[in-house]
Design a protein. Sequence first.
Length: 209
Amino acid sequence: MNVFRTFSSYKKQFQKFLRIATGGGKVFYFEGDPVLGDVVDKSHWSLMKIPYGEHPHTIEDKRFLLKTKDGSIPLYLIGAHTPYSVEATINAFRQTYAGHRLVTCLELHTYSSLNQEYLPLYEGSLRESDQAMVYYNPSVVKNKKLPGLSQDVVKEYFGKKELEVYNDSSLLADDLRQLKENTLVLLLLTTGNFSGLDLNKLAAQVANR
């Protein structure tokens, strides 16, 4: 279970931490996050605030290369499920595979991602996907004692007209197997397993379609 049930409670933890760190304390924060920037800006004046930006990088041969004083270091991205990391991952792969069809499949299974107070934060996160799918398990929603979710409500929160929302993993797997375009890149974004799907087997089936 995600320990922060709402985005507001998540944000308050940062505010609480910054109150403790005052009196000569230092905080390093990513300046590209407007919410975090606002929290830091409103913290006590005695806190030393040190922002940092995106690390310089290039993209070569479909790899991310971080620029360092010792040369370039390759960086490989992995799947994610929070709103910011989902959007950042998709945008990164969009740049890397500019000539390919990008298909994104995201699983919602943490407490926060299934919470209707948190779901609006996903709006626009799938924008750069050519085809997007979102999966959630109604049983997981029930077990977490959250209000029920309809597929239409989930689709509305993401704000993507062409989005397909699934609550049956077998139907999702069937549709993934039907992908036929040879120039597509498929992203499975989750820290779970889509309710027990054999992801290695599924990936092989999609690759050999």
